[in-house]
Write a protein that binds this ligand. Structure first.
Ligand code: PLP
Length: 220
């Protein structure tokens, strides 16, 4: 079941879009099943759960933190996390730099931009992201690689709204690339698209989709 779902999704993604299998709220046994089917990249949204699964599962898994991250928890994931999708403040970025340095690692991060209409969705405005980037230019952080942006669409049935929001993310990515990252070949990623909207995200240039329930079933 998990294996055939992954195969089905990978076929639609082609070779330009990376699949982050979002395993939150699912037991390690289900991750093992996906891993046996060849999936090596997994996303979690809570630090505690991510650490427990990291300890229990094969060490060649590439772990992505996709949920909101508190500064005081960065130290727990810094030894192993591959990519943090949810950077939304200078203070958080500075903490990641400090902890990555302690671990002698370079951690990939994405800048989370808010385009959805819901009040509770985390993320920066384009202005705030530019402010953060300018800070980064005057305070270099050698243990961080800013690899692109992440965003979520509004939770709605209205595909036109979702399409517009993903278009906005793409446009914001192109703008940041041109304005601030022209000399940074590593700035390439647009993390957008989940179970219910990933085809629209791919049509708008997504390079990473974060898919959970479609692979693992509805979460309890
Ligand atoms: C849970 C979650 C996903 C995956 O959601 P599904 O609808 O289960 O595919 C993707 N991104 C983030 C940030 C999430 O929290």
């Amino acid at each position: 079941m998990i294996e055939s779902k992954i195969a089905e999704i990978l076929e639609q993604l082609g070779n330009k879009v990376k699949l982050i299998a979002v395993s939150k709220n699912n037991p390690p046994a289900k991750i093992t099943e996906a891993y046996a089917a060849g999936q090596k990249v997994f996303g979690e949204n809570k630090v505690q759960e991510l650490c427990t699964k990291y300890e229990a599962l094969p060490k060649d898994i590439e772990w992505h933190l996709i949920g909101h991250l508190q500064k005081n928890k960065v130290k727990y994931i810094a030894p192993f996390v591959a990519c943090i999708h949810s950077v939304d403040s200078i203070a958080l970025l500075e903490t990641i730099q400090k902890e990555a340095h302690k671990n002698n690692r370079i951690i990939q991060v994405l800048l989370q931009l808010k385009v959805a209409q819901e009040e509770h969705k985390f993320g920066m405005s384009l202005d705030e992201a530019e402010h953060l980037i300018m800070h980064l230019q005057s305070n270099p952080m050698p243990n961080i690689s800013v690899a692109g942006i992440m965003g979520m669409s509004t939770n709605t049935e209205n595909e036109e709204i979702i399409n517009q929001e993903f278009k906005t993310l793409r446009t914001n990515f192109e703008f940041l690339k041109k304005t601030h990252f022209a000399q940074h070949p590593e700035f390439t990623e647009i993390s957008m698209g989940m179970s219910n909207d990933y085809p629209i995200a791919i049509a708008n240039g997504s390079t990473m989709v974060r898919i959970g329930s479609l692979i693992f079933g509805e979460r309890s």
